[in-house]
Design a protein around this ligand. Structure first.
Ligand code: GLU
Length: 466
């Protein structure tokens, strides 16, 4: 039988990291099984669901390459299906109308809580055979004894006591079906075979299986994924992490890096850290997903992104970087050796936004020196700067080896430790102490520009000391 998975987001917020991880695992599993991956928009909560959130979710998934095999469906457009199913569950004798008032239910719950019991419906209307009325809800006759056991591909055998589950509501008094009911009907109607979702849904599963059983629907395979946690080991939220996928793209984390990082949230393969989507499709094993919460580590994502950026072809790197250069107003063509500069700075920062920012000094004049760096290295470096300026001006060939030997000669002549010579030059060239190797940096700027920037630093030192 062909395996069918689905991602079923409720469009009540933007696409977040935990959701993308669930979607990715569903996608990868279906591809690996040569099955089908579907998306279902669970928008029955009309007050909180919006089309904007739906669009954000679908666009985010598409940006990740997580594309469904069929057009997504919306629960809000499937009420005929649910109405039909309500008729079927009535006919099965496994559901009943309940007209308990809110006041009665509130009082019942408070009494249960006061005596230390779990609040749940006491089944008052279960055997009353009530007719449907304006204020009645439809409830499932959940078995009152015994156990519900299911096999979870991640967690193994999961057991729930039926006595812990009350007669859940299937249809509200206004006639609208509830989340659990729609979820079960849809999974069946769409031919879903595998439900892969967050562990927060684990306690919903026995309830949904009871609905399936009442309707004599075939059972499904389940896999409940561990929660994604922040560095503080609490559930990932805006409070402990950047959770919106778009925010990561805006920083210049590559799509492939996000896939790599998300795949590692709850799954691993030996020591292997770098994965692309095709590796996942061949290597991923749902049974190997861990049970314990998976911690999202931003430093690890940086490391992964650095690796993915380094592995891009130069042409691909350039095209991915272009929008970030544009937002820094950097015109690559304004420099003859623009490509060389880009290549040299390719791993300067873990994100494309960071790299583009670091490229600014190569395309614009230095508009100020980093305050700390100035105090620590620039102040008092006049002699070193003048010396190297003369040396560099005297070079006949302007390339990395000649510059490196001019630097070495200067260091020896002035008897300076490396940072005392190199850092002031770096600051003069870029405004900060960050740059690739100094010989390379100077070679990229050219002789004239290097000379001018060292002169500017000298002028600045003179002006600030007078
Ligand atoms: N709509 C549910 C949610 O967004 C998912 C339900 C499911 O995967 O079964 O959490």
């Amino acid at each position: 039988m062909i395996k069918v998975t689905r991602f079923a987001p409720s469009p009540t917020g933007t696409l977040h990291i935990g959701g993308v991880r669930t979607a990715l695992f569903n996608f990868v599993y279906s591809k690996q099984q040569k099955g089908k991956f579907l998306i279902r928009i669970e928008d029955t909560d009309a007050e909180r669901s919006t089309r904007e959130f739906e669009e954000n979710i679908l666009k985010g998934l598409a940006d990740m390459g997580i594309v469904p095999d069929e057009t997504p469906v919306r629960q809000s457009e499937r009420s005929d299906l649910y109405q039909n199913a309500i008729g079927q569950i009535m006919d099965s004798g496994q559901a009943y109308y309940c007209d308990c008032s809110k006041e009665r239910l509130d009082e019942m719950r408070s009494k249960q809580q006061a005596s230390g019991l779990k609040p749940q419906y006491d089944g008052k209307c279960r055997n009353l055979n009530l007719d449907k009325s304006e204020k009645s809800v439809l409830r499932l006759k959940t078995p009152q004894t015994g156990e519900l056991i299911f096999h979870d591909l991640v967690r193994g055998e999961v057991i729930f006591q039926n006595s812990e589950l009350d007669d859940l509501i299937l249809v509200r008094s206004d006639g609208s079906p509830t989340y659990h009911f729609c979820n079960v009907i849809d999974d069946h109607d769409q031919g879903v075979t595998n439900v892969i979702r967050g562990e927060d849904h684990l306690s919903n599963t026995p309830r949904q299986i009871h609905i399936q059983q009442a309707l004599k629907l075939p059972s499904l395979e389940y896999a409940h994924l561990p929660m994604v946690l922040g560095q503080d080991k609490k559930r990932l939220s805006k409070r402990n992490a950047v959770t919106s996928l778009q925010d990561y793209f805006d920083q210049g984390y590559l799509q492939s890096s996000m896939i790599n990082m998300l795949a590692r949230l709850g799954w691993s393969k030996g020591d292997k850290e770098i994965f692309y989507i095709d590796d996942l499709i061949s290597d991923f094993r749902i049974q190997e997903v861990q049970k314990a919460g998976a911690i999202f580590d931003p430093a690890k994502l940086d490391w992964i992104n650095n690796n993915h950026i380094a592995a891009l072809s130069f042409a691909e790197f350039k095209s991915q970087l272009l929008p970030f250069l544009n937002s820094q107003n950097i015109d690559l063509d304004s420099k003859e050796n623009g490509d060389e500069i880009l290549q040299a700075m390719r791993t300067s920062k873990p994100t494309l936004a960071g790299i583009a920012e670091d490229l600014r000094p190569y395309f614009f004049d230095v508009d100020g020196y980093d305050e700390k760096a100035e105090k620590k290295f620039l102040v008092g470096s006049e002699k070193a700067l003048e010396f190297i300026q003369r040396k560099l001006n005297g070079l006949e060939t302007w390339d990395e080896p000649s510059i490196d030997s001019a630097l070495a000669d200067t260091q020896a002549a002035l008897d300076l430790p490396t940072p005392k010579l190199n850092q002031p030059i770096r600051i003069a060239m870029t405004g900060s102490t960050q740059s690739p190797s100094l010989g390379l940096t100077l070679s990229l700027f050219g002789k004239e520009e290097s000379n001018a920037r060292i002169q500017n630093a000298l002028d600045h030192l003179k002006a600030s000391s007078s």
